[in-house]
Design a protein around this ligand. Structure first.
Ligand SMILES: O=C(O)CCC(=O)C(=O)O
Length: 272
């Protein structure tokens, strides 16, 4: 029987069933919805029950339409949720990385969360899903750079769980129209090479950053909430040799977002 590492090396991914702490996954999902609920209340005047999935998600769509800028900023804010970042450092995640050969894991990019729905895109654009790509192009880290992907809701084909091409991690870095998130691989790929993954909450996919994958098609009215964690291996010789390159650019806004804010009085009141 193949070890997890052998299977990972062979296929470029592992889908582990019932592996994650479901309470912790639920905690990230809850925190994200709580953050959105505050802004939904402000922007739409609606107080939403985060446990009422359809009502809450309809309120998300309403928020998206009513205040796109705040929606985008709130979407960025949930990426900074404490529960998400804590999860990325969990011992179980770190030992899984070590088990597939990431001897000295380091965070490759900030932990990320996605909430995919065609109702959260402008003008019918496909911005809510990612075309076929290899994550290595965005991260450019160690050769054995590895991604962890899991949904926070049960995710079968119809809600657009990830599609992967088994074994594609050894085909090299494929030509692509972009190194960012929109666009994708321009080299010829056969649609029938993609395998549709399916998940229950608690299942996790771990894959090589060279594995070709794409978003599935969410044809439901629900949002597909998911998490992506990216790691490099500090001990991987080409990563050391290349001087630990860092392709992610994280920088502050150059202009004040709210001109004239804050007044000194607001600060005196706060610290009174
Ligand atoms: O979750 C998705 O649909 C796409 C995520 C993905 O491909 C990625 O983060 O690299």
């Amino acid at each position: 029987m193949a070890t997890l590492k052998e299977e990972f090396n062979q296929n470029g991914f592992l889908l582990l069933r019932n592996y994650l702490d479901k309470e912790a996954v639920a905690g990230i999902y809850r925190e994200a919805r709580e953050i959105f609920a505050v802004q939904i209340q402000r922007a739409t005047g609606r107080t939403v029950d985060i446990e009422d999935r359809d009502a809450f998600e309809n309120a998300m769509f309403d928020f998206f339409e009513k205040d796109f800028t705040a929606f985008v900023n709130t979407g960025k804010t949930v990426q900074h949720a404490i529960s998400l970042h804590r999860f990325a450092l969990d011992e179980k995640i770190i030992s899984l990385l070590k088990e597939v050969g990431i001897e000295k894991p380091v965070i490759g990019a900030r932990p990320a969360m996605q909430f995919n729905s065609r109702f959260l895109s402008k003008d019918g654009s496909k911005h809510w899903k990612l075309d076929a790509h290899q994550d290595w192009r965005t991260g450019q880290g160690s050769l054995d750079s590895t991604v962890i992907w899991f949904p926070m809701v049960d995710a079968a084909a119809e809600i657009g769980a990830l599609q992967v091409i088994p074994g594609s991690h050894t085909t090299g870095l494929l030509e692509s129209s972009t190194s960012g998130y929109q666009g994708g691989i321009t080299a010829a790929l056969r649609e029938d090479e993609f395998v549709q993954t399916e998940f229950q909450v608690g299942d996790v996919l771990i894959f090589s950053a060279f594995l070709v994958h794409q978003s599935g098609n969410n044809i439901t009215r629900n949002i597909r909430w998911s998490v992506q964690l990216r790691y490099n291996n500090l001990a991987e010789p080409t990563f050391i040799e290349r001087g630990y390159p860092m392709a992610y650019i994280y920088k502050p806004e150059s202009e004040l977002i709210t001109p004239g804010f804050p007044t000194a009085q607001q600060l005196r009141d706060l610290y009174a």
